[in-house]
Design a protein around this ligand. Sequence first.
Ligand code: TPP
Ligand code: SF4
Ligand code: MG
Length: 341
Amino acid sequence: MADAKKNRIGLEIQPYRGGKTTLCAGCGHNAISERIIDACFEMGVHPREVIKLSGIGCSSKTPAYFLGDAHGFNSVHGRMPSVGTGALLANRTLMAIGVSGDGDTGAIGIGQFVHLMRRNVPIVYIIEDNGCYGLTKGQFSPTADLGSTLKNGIVNDLPPIDTCMLAVQLGASFVARSFSGDKKQLLSILKASLSHRGTAMIDVISPCVTFNDHEGSTKSYAYAKEHDEALGEVSFVPFFEDISVEYDPGTTTAVTMHDGSKLYLKKVAEDYNPTDKLAAMRLMHETALRGEFATGILYVEPDKDDLIRQLNLVDEPLASLPLTRVRPGRDVLDEVMEQHR
Ligand SMILES: Cc1ncc(C[n+]2csc(CCOP(=O)(O)OP(=O)(O)O)c2C)c(N)n1
Ligand code: SF4
Ligand SMILES: [Mg+2]
């Protein structure tokens, strides 16, 4: 029998897998878990260096289905950002992958989401976006489009929140949108996000086959396939792959990530600069007006300081510092008291 394929750190695919999914067959969320497994395997991320985080929802159950050896915390509904921020402050060496839902993020967790983006916390934050609360039987979520209908014909009369628009405006340094049915694009985006330092916010349209895949829904497979306006082909060359890519600067934008990895965005639709915040917001606004959604890497700012740098944390994880180094001691306290007398 041929040897099973190993990645650059000598691991086979098995440790990157998790438990068997209990989600509905055909749920978009299952495809996203598969791509996370592939991306972490291909990037040679060690599962034990990862912390998986989530809130509550079908989407938030998925960390159980990938990277079985990683650390994990399935938090309260909408509270994953604060748990993740705390974990990363306690141990800056962890690589955080958070999975949330459009309800978990856009409804109960919106306040926490806003501050996560604003702080540029180093995390890959994935929203598995099906426009509904799948786990509680398909009610509209805040990302459901105006005029979209439920299975029983009820019409959504509220405008949606665009999580990517919010993330760009608030300060996230890597913002992308994809579709669970586009394997190639999603894999490239996930690989690039793993090499990013800062918040990588990825909204993935991920149809709920049980409650939101009918005609009239703008988050169904059929609608997503028809209205996905890919920004251009996303190619990612990790720093450890010695490949020099020949590209035409007239048609391809190259972005160097902080670890030296390269991101190539081959433009097909329009002249687009992914490092221009206003261009990203204009694109999202204009495509939404047409009833379309733009996919690809919408915005990237590779050198922006993340929360760890903003706080100027020591290199050693705070969690492993001994008490003798974190407690100031009597003398220091006396000195402070003296200064304020
Ligand atoms: C504090 C609290 N409020 C409400 C709920 C009920 N609840 C569970 S999951 C969920 C929404 C899930 O929607 P989403 O995040 O979009 O995940 P999906 O199931 O669609 O993947 C709600 C409202 C809860 N579990 N906890
Ligand atoms: S109810 Fe919807 S979101 Fe939940 S597992 Fe089933 S298809 Fe997926
Ligand atoms: Mg949902």
